[in-house]
Design a protein around this ligand. Structure first.
Ligand code: UDP
Length: 251
């Protein structure tokens, strides 16, 4: 049985990267194109989910929820529990690509601006020469073309659909189309394509190890300051909340 740790009502799997890949493989093997959902909750997700019931419910229906951020780790510690590992979104992305390349899985990537997406795909094909990316589509499109995007994805019926449009948009998009999407799993990937395109630089390993990746992102993208206000608010909230496992929309 997989252990789940709840933080403000959001259930997150206590898994290592290796286990996350094994679970993904199992999901793909048993899915039969039923669009299993993979999410990567971080501090921003948990705080957004306190205000957005739809997002809250989607996160809690995920088939795999990997612990993405230091804030999540702290949330575990405050319950005297310890997440085995932090799994940053891009780490999961790379590991699944690496494993999927060996296994011959098919991938579809949805998200980002056209030129960023194309750059990212090109870079990924260089890193993983045998990677089978069967299609991609930019993440900026009007509501009217949604069905066309779904049609294009279904035409390829990939094993893995990565949706990199930022949260909660990507999770809501997957949830909205989950019944029609002919994919084995769909995983929200946030800003991963920005990194993979080389447009945004990932923090060096020592900065990641110091748990300061958020500060690195802030320096590179100062416009994120408004979004980051939520980090100290989250820390205060989880420290003063009597039962940190409970969320606003718990039934
Ligand atoms: N994006 C998109 N469609 C949209 C809005 C955003 O494809 O309608 C992309 C955007 O280009 C960026 C990513 O989604 O690559 C969002 O990145 P962000 O850093 O906000 O995601 P996070 O990792 O913080 O969830």
């Amino acid at each position: 049985m997989r252990e789940k740790i709840k933080i403000l009502g959001v259930a997150i799997d206590n898994v290592s990267t290796k286990e996350a890949i094994e679970i993904t493989e199992e999901l793909i093997a048993t899915s039969n194109k039923s669009c299993k959902l993979v999410v990567a909750p971080n501090t921003e997700f948990i705080m957004k989910a306190q205000k957005d019931e739809e997002f809250f419910q989607i996160l809690n229906t995920a088939d795999l929820a990997t612990p993405d951020s230091v804030g999540v780790m702290i949330g575990g510690r405050l319950q005297k529990k310890r997440f085995k590992e932090r799994i940053p979104g891009q780490t999961y992305f790379r590991e699944i690509l690496k494993y999927g390349e060996k296994k011959g899985w098919t991938f579809y990537v949805l998200g980002g601006k056209q030129e960023v997406l194309e750059l990212a795909i090109r870079n990924l094909q260089t890193i993983f020469p045998k990677l089978n990316i069967v299609g991609y589509h930019e993440g900026y499109f009007v509501k009217d073309s949604e069905e066309e995007v779904v049609r294009q994805i279904n035409e390829k019926a990939p094993n893995v659909l990565f949706v990199a449009m930022g949260a909660p948009l990507q999770e809501k998009w997957i949830a909205k189309h989950r019944k029609e999407l002919q994919v084995d799993i769909a995983a929200g990937q946030g800003g991963t394509l920005d990194y993979e395109s080389g447009r945004v630089k990932r923090a060096p390993r020592f900065v990641q190890n110091l748990c300061l990746e958020w500060l690195w992102r802030l320096i590179l993208q100062p416009s994120r300051i408004v979004r980051m206000i939520v980090l100290p608010v989250y820390l205060v909230k989880i420290c003063i909340t009597k039962d940190i496992t409970k969320g606003k929309f718990d039934k």
